[in-house]
Design a protein around this ligand. Structure first.
Ligand SMILES: Cc1cc2nc3c(=O)[nH]c(=O)nc-3n(C[C@H](O)[C@H](O)[C@H](O)COP(=O)(O)O)c2cc1C
Length: 151
């Protein structure tokens, strides 16, 4: 799968004490237009797996081209992720990463057990777009959209 290029997101929610939690995710994909559904999958070994498996809402923060440090931060074990980046709570009480290229706030539509991962399908309830270029990820390296991409 490392040969397949993707964008990078940080998926966030809050725990039972309203503390923010989140992790770097590139399994994000579009599912349905009507209703507007997206999916991502979480490894059952992730420390916050139990919380995400039962959460009723989550936010998908699509990282911008200059946010490779945020990608690494939210993939590194044992770091205080939210003390080391700028973020705020949305009206839906979901953690939003500052400077993200876009944000999809979702309510959990369905969860599907799939091997050592759980697939979370979300129904999009709010969208924000900064119109900035996204961060790209391929073979463990980061990239940006090259200028000629749109020609
Ligand atoms: C580019 C990239 C994409 C990732 N995508 C996923 C993913 O889709 N699902 C997942 O469970 N983990 C993914 N990870 C790994 C998690 O971010 C990582 O295991 C998690 O942050 C560990 O959290 P923990 O310290 O709470 O266990 C990805 C990591 C990177 C660097």
């Amino acid at each position: 799968m490392g040969n397949y290029p993707t964008g990078v997101t940080v998926v966030t929610t809050v725990d039972e004490n309203n503390q923010p939690i989140g992790l770097t995710v590139n399994s994000f994909a579009s599912v349905s237009i009507d209703p507007l559904l997206i999916l991502w999958s979480i490894d059952k070994r992730v420390g916050t797996y139990e919380l995400f498996a039962k959460t009723e809402k989550f936010a998908v923060n699509v990282l911008a081209g200059d946010q490779s440090d945020v990608c690494s931060l939210f993939a590194t074990k044992g770091t205080d992720r939210f003390s080391n980046c700028e973020w705020k709570l949305s009206e839906n009480k979901l953690p939003i990463i500052s400077g993200a290229a876009g944000v999809l706030e979702c309510k959990t539509f369905k969860t599907v057990e799939a091997g050592d991962h759980m697939i979370l399908i979300g129904e999009v309830i709010d969208i924000q777009s900064a119109n900035s270029d996204p961060l790209l990820y391929h073979r463990r390296k980061f990239g940006k959209i090259p200028g000629q991409f749109y020609l």
